[in-house]
Design a protein around this ligand. Structure first.
Ligand SMILES: NC(=O)c1ccc[n+]([C@@H]2O[C@H](COP(=O)([O-])OP(=O)(O)OC[C@H]3O[C@@H](n4cnc5c(N)ncnc54)[C@H](O)[C@@H]3O)[C@@H](O)[C@H]2O)c1
Length: 425
């Protein structure tokens, strides 16, 4: 277990508080001994709420601040956990990293590639550990999927399809996500791009089409017999159709329509030469399903069912011995007896995945080593979404390398200006 690193939490909104629960979970399982010594939020009530939560769950009340500058003056720390909105990640993390303070930064590392590079460069300059809080790949279901891909038992992969349709006209979590510099697509989809990167590596080229389908969204509150609706103007696109081009003409397709109402869809499939794998949504605990058709299964097809596939998937069977190879010690400690899937609610699973990312970060801070999702991985997942947005903006496909090297920045220019990364002067 790591131990003793003093750290501050910057940003005590939804995710900041979830990180406190994650730390408590890591501590309960002996995976991390870091001490939260200060909580900072520019909204003082939120910082105080976080301090109360920390006192209750961790047994020690951190000092409360409303600015990073006050925290630097008021408390000693070696690390920081940055949970502010993405548009401010560079403003918080850059000076800290340059001063040698290791940072765990919530995803997306920044809202543009330029912002990611600034943070990455600061970590190199300051010689500090930079990790990106990417929790999805730590879900046991994605560890299992990766083991099946790498094990090759279904043959080589020949395609992937991930489709999300939902959201309706609701404000998705918070109004800032619908501002241009909040970028709901970057905020959400960087998770899934990280998963593609984890499974298959970085694509060579990306093509995309993005659109803003709902220009007004609503915050809803229950009020007596009626529902109170407050309109919020939306600027950021809520539809993205992305094609990630890999070598040998293999394509991973990702479609997110966050504006549709009524019945939604969430499906993620990987297709191999010899079968398919369906990976359920993170934090649901649903089992991963695999289909491995035999020649006999083809014989039973009718003309109208020929394109529906040969065989429905079934939960993939994992033995105890295989589980010990697939899941690392910490995952097995947090998900005891894990084989394929788990039974717990969203919040419990969420705390465990955050516990895993915190344990990884603090281990690297204290013992050396490279975090599983460092600055480079964080930047790649942002660049993959941004590449799709750039492609839509330019009306042509783009090379991922060009986006990473800032040769393609047309779409991002306005955001970079908005968040102070470039100026007109
Ligand atoms: N990994 C996940 O599953 C997941 C889920 C939700 C959010 N997130 C990420 O967590 C981050 C925060 O999202 P959220 O939903 O908690 O947002 P939020 O709006 O609920 O909280 C952000 C907080 O940061 C504070 N803040 C902003 N700038 C600050 C500054 N300079 N100094 C101090 N405080 C400042 C705000 O006052 C606010 O309380 C985002 O990067 C988001 O993408 C990740």
């Amino acid at each position: 277990m790591s131990g003793g690193t003093r750290f501050i939490l910057v940003g005590c909104g939804l995710m900041g508080k979830r990180h406190i629960r994650g730390l408590a979970e890591a501590r309960r399982h002996g995976l991390c001994g870091a001490r939260l010594v200060g909580v900072i939020d520019k909204v003082s009530d939120r910082a105080s709420e976080a301090a109360e939560l920390a006192e209750r769950l961790l047994g020690e009340r951190p000092a409360v601040f409303t600015s990073l500058e006050d925290a630097v003056e008021g408390v000693e720390f070696e690390a920081a956990d940055v949970c502010t909105e993405p548009a401010s990640h560079h403003l918080v993390a850059e000076p800290l990293l340059e001063a040698g303070v290791s940072c765990l930064v919530e995803k997306p590392l920044s809202i543009t590639v330029r912002g990611c590079r600034r943070i990455l460069d600061a970590s190199i300059k300051g010689g500090a550990v930079l990790a990106v809080a990417e929790n999805y790949r730590r879900d046991p279901v994605n560890r299992l999927a990766k083991a099946i891909i790498d094990g090759g038992e279904l043959g080589g992969w020949i395609g992937a399809l991930h489709i999300i349709a939902g959201g309706g006209d609701a404000v998705l979590l918070s109004p800032w996500r619908h501002k241009l510099s909040g970028g709901i697509l970057i905020d959400l989809c960087c998770h899934y791009m990280d998963i593609f990167n984890y499974f298959f590596g970085a694509p060579e080229r990306v093509s995309g089409f993005a659109a803003l389908l709902r220009k007004v969204r609503y915050l809803r509150e229950a009020g007596g017999n009626a529902v109170k609706k407050t309109p919020v103007e939306a600027e950021a696109e809520d539809f993205l159709d992305t094609t990630l081009h890999y070598r040998d003409n293999i394509v991973a397709k990702f479609v997110a329509n966050l504006a549709v109402t009524g019945e939604g869809v969430w499906r993620r499939l990987v297709f191999f030469e010899g079968g398919s794998m369906e990976i359920p949504m993170e934090r649901t605990g649903e089992p991963l399903r695999v289909s491995k058709p035999l020649d006999q299964d083809y014989l039973e097809l009718m003309p109208h069912t020929a394109f529906l596939g040969q065989k429905p998937g079934e939960p993939y069977s994992v033995s105890q011995t295989a589980a010990e190879e697939i899941y690392d010690r910490e995952t097995r400690a947090l998900f005891p007896g894990i084989l394929n899937g788990y039974k717990m609610d969203f919040w419990e699973a969420d705390s465990k995945l955050i516990a895993l990312e915190l344990a990884d970060f603090f281990r690297c801070v204290e013992e050396g080593g490279v975090p599983e999702t460092g600055g480079r991985e964080g930047m790649l997942s942002v660049a993959m979404v941004v590449a799709a947005l750039e492609s839509s903006y330019a009306g042509r496909s783009v090379r991922l390398e060009d986006v990473l090297e800032l040769k393609v920045e047309g779409y991002q220019a306005r955001i970079n200006r908005d968040i102070g990364l470039i100026s007109d002067k």
